[in-house]
Design a protein around this ligand. Structure first.
Ligand code: PLP
Length: 426
């Protein structure tokens, strides 16, 4: 068979794009060689429907050990008693939880998408909003932080069966204790989607939601720096005080309901090559150097946010407690949309994504904001000095986003600078 030069040339082009640019997309990262090697391994050849020790296919003796290691490692990372490492993605992990704990038409609560929530927390175009009834909570207009008083009022009014914490564009710590109290008050299950800050939580730099929530989900590819995928965790296995049943009407412990919701409820064969890569990443999360990495991610985000504030930009909520920040462009440049800002920065090899800001009057295709994060740049070895440069380059481009000369000058500076930073420095 002929070698596929077309695809492999595109892969190399993408590799070069990653090498020469500054990657500031808050949900992205660069994986280690070992994580990469596990993904491109012989495990991709194996079918393994079911769970370790209980498969629907023969020949699973090795992948059983791989999956068990992934489970044991992530339980250790987050001090959890239960883990399902099979969800193909974060959205599918969330979909599986909803399938396990809700019936079509049931009410649940999540942070609205245009306030920083995720699609899978009840957006009308996602199965979470199509199959179930979502009541969205919001951010306080003045503080830019989650409005827990409103959340409580909405919970008492709507009696949701599930309340979801966590978001995609929220730079502040969550009050999990308050959320658990609100959930207990109305008899709801409390779930946290920690996809964004999970890597910082793993390092002990932010509160661990596994201690407060009944169920926790995460992606594995953002700050956790693993392969693309999802995970479901529980601090302890609930013997199901809510009386939730299987699709056949039998009351079972939460662990069994969640496992059945992932497979066969939501997926077929698990991606054992990706699960192996997850195990490698969780092994990295457990090493002492992980704390150094996560600490630097947080420091870098704080420096970048402060530099941008000093240059007159508005950061939603006034700063960041994690790796991310949402830049509201309106106060400094009322005419500049997130779309134009993203395009100009990408042309200068600074990759960001446009994002709606809370109470944005522009559409999701235009937006008034951009979201930034420091997880990927920190993996490349970036420290505070590089963050000062990043802030000044962003400012230079946004001050004159249609000026080709400025974009060219900044791009050359970006490309020259990033020659000193390997893709993976830790
Ligand atoms: N949950 C949160 C909070 C996210 O930010 C994301 C993705 O950005 C997801 C879930 C979905 O993850 P995936 O893209 O793997 O489905």
């Amino acid at each position: 068979m002929e070698r596929d030069t077309e695809i492999f040339s595109l892969i190399e082009q993408e590799h070069q794009r990653q090498l020469r640019g500054m990657e500031l997309i808050a949900s992205e990262n660069f994986v280690s060689d070992q994580v990469m090697a596990a993904m491109g391994s012989y495990l991709t050849n194996k079918y393994a429907e079911g769970y370790p020790g209980k498969r629907y296919y023969g020949g699973c003796q090795i992948v059983d050990q791989v999956e068990t290691l992934a489970i044991e490692r992530i339980k250790k990372v987050f001090d959890a008693e239960y883990a399902n490492v099979q969800p193909h993605s974060g959205a599918q992990a969330n979909q599986a939880v909803l399938l396990a704990v809700l019936k079509p038409g049931d009410t649940f609560m999540g942070l609205d998408l245009d306030q920083g929530g995720h699609l899978s927390h009840g957006s009308s175009v996602n199965t979470s909003g199509i199959l179930y009834h979502q009541v969205g909570y919001t951010l306080n207009r003045e503080t830019g932080r989650v409005d827990y008083d409103e959340m409580e009022r909405l919970a008492l009014e709507n009696k949701p069966k599930l309340i979801i914490g966590g978001g995609s564009a929220y730079s502040r710590e969550w009050d999990y204790e308050r959320m658990r109290k609100i959930a207990d008050e109305v008899g709801a299950i409390f779930m946290v989607d920690m996809a964004h800050p999970a890597g910082l939580i793993a390092a002990g730099l932010l509160k661990n939601p596994v201690k407060y929530a009944h169920i926790v989900t995460t992606t594995t590819h953002k700050t956790l720096r693993g392969p693309r995928g999802g995970v479901i965790l529980m601090g302890k296995d609930f013997d199901n005080p809510w009386g939730l049943t299987t699709k056949k009407g039998v009351v079972k412990p939460m662990s069994m309901l969640l496992n059945s919701a992932v497979f066969p409820g939501n997926q077929g064969g698990p991606l054992e090559h990706v699960i192996a890569a997850k195990a490698v990443a969780f092994g990295e999360n457990l090493q002492p150097s992980w704390v150094d990495y996560a600490t630097q991610v947080k420091k870098n985000a704080a420096v970048l946010a402060q530099d941008l504030i000093d240059r007159g930009y508005d950061i939603v909520s006034g700063g960041t407690d994690n790796h991310s920040m949402l830049l509201d462009l309106r106060p400094k440049y009322p005419e500049l949309t997130g779309k134009v800002a993203e395009n100009a920065l990408v042309a200068a090899d600074i990759t960001v994504n446009k994002n709606k800001v809370p109470y944005d009057e522009r559409s999701a295709f235009q937006t008034s904001g951009i979201r930034l994060g420091t997880a990927a740049m920190t993996t490349r070895g970036a420290k505070e000095d590089l963050m000062h440069l990043v802030a000044s380059l962003i400012d230079e481009v946004l001050a004159d986003p249609e000026n080709e000369q400025v974009i060219k000058r900044v791009r050359e500076k970006v490309n020259e600078t990033m020659k000193d930073y390997p893709l993976f420095a830790y």
